[in-house]
Write a protein that binds this ligand. Sequence first.
Ligand code: CAP
Ligand code: MG
Length: 466
Amino acid sequence: MAVQFNYLAKKGWKPKNPDEDYVITLIKIEIDERAIKEAKNKTKKEIFEEAAATVAAESSTGTWTKVYDGKDSGIPLAGEKRALAYDLDYEKFMFKVAYPIDLFELDNISGLFAGIIGNIAGMKMVSAMRVYDVRLPRRMVEAFPGPKFGVEGIRKILKNKDRFLAITVPKPKIGRTDEEQARLAKILFTSGDGSYEGIKDDENLTNLEFNKFDKRCKLVLEEAKRAEKITGKKKFYLCNLTHSNINEMLRRAKHIKSNGGIFFMMDVVTTGFAAVDTMRRAETGLAIHAHRAMHGFITRDNSPGIHGKGKLYGFSVSMIFLAKIFRLLGVDTLHGGSPLAKMEDYGEAVYIRNILQERNLKPHPQIPSLGQNWYHIKPVWMVASGGLHPGDVESVLKELGNDVIMQFGGGLLGHPQGIEAGVKAVEQAREAYYKKIPLKKFIEKNPNSELAAAINLWGYGPKIVY
Ligand code: CAP
Ligand code: MG
């Protein structure tokens, strides 16, 4: 490629003071077989170098050809500020790109992404590409507020010092009217010992003819207040305000706040980065529960190369990358999957928990990643969800720790003895866990308990959702 500058760093080059002066990305590519055939006198290694340099060029200051470089052309600055591809791994076809911080507006994620990953997936010479991670420098991190409440803020509001939180999403996904959903909330909040704390809308539930947003919000929050009086325990409702019009989301947030809510739920992938940033900076006074519907179309990769080794088949951006950005933008909770829930999980859910909660995040030893220094940004709740039931409490918490919201949808509402029994089963699992009684022991001693009935039906370990 006849580009103006060399976008490939010299062997051994590393960015100086990366956390001060550079944005760094970590990428793996697969060289297209046709590109190898067509470039007869080039080795695969040379084509890989060219592809890595092209990524750096296209995403920073270069283009596909040499352009005018005379007076007022901008070429001197383009040369000085260019990104460099470095740390090339010729076995895994993985490399990093270092971008000088001046290439970006510090508080603009949409602009940043348009640059660093905006045009690179179209390159003809690669047949697959995965963007694993991005590491952001201090000044960029400081340009964002991060979560308003985070783990500690929510614990204070809920008066819960150190235990995990349990919530339920109504199933069927769609079917209950607003009034029926409020009646379900009442059962969840008041059954058993009254400690069950949360209800969440499902993603399909927005403002529907038979289940209106404003009415549902008011009725469910009224049940929360009533239940708090009866049980003496704080309750919360993750009320879904997702809309493609940000002004409508802001209106709905006001409605939640004026009805005494603590949280709103938004689908952060379908609404987008600008929407999340706007909703966070609007200071609604509410915590943000981030659901990630549609992320699979961005993050999923079934190829053997997904964790660096082997061939890569498709084009994707990892959940690690997205989780980092949502923490930065300021969600208070984020769906991050759960251990064992996905094929060949490799501990990704645990690492996502680390991304959300650690202060000085180190790269994962097996999963390609860069780590992140989080400076002032608070830790975020990890939401474990998808096919969970009471028999998972022990295994999920052992892996993820206590700063977790466990979501039991079908795994509570499908209890063979009914909804109240489902609540009791979760409560029994929670009590046993915190008393350090293995769930197996508990059900041996209490064979007629609701927990035993749940485990007899679902066993142990998350159900893979097919
Ligand atoms: C869970 C859920 C959640 C997914 C998504 C569902 O219900 O409501 O949307 O778990 O979360 O519709 O499946 P169940 P994630 O508890 O009945 O499975 O993105 O973390 O997978
Ligand atoms: Mg759902």
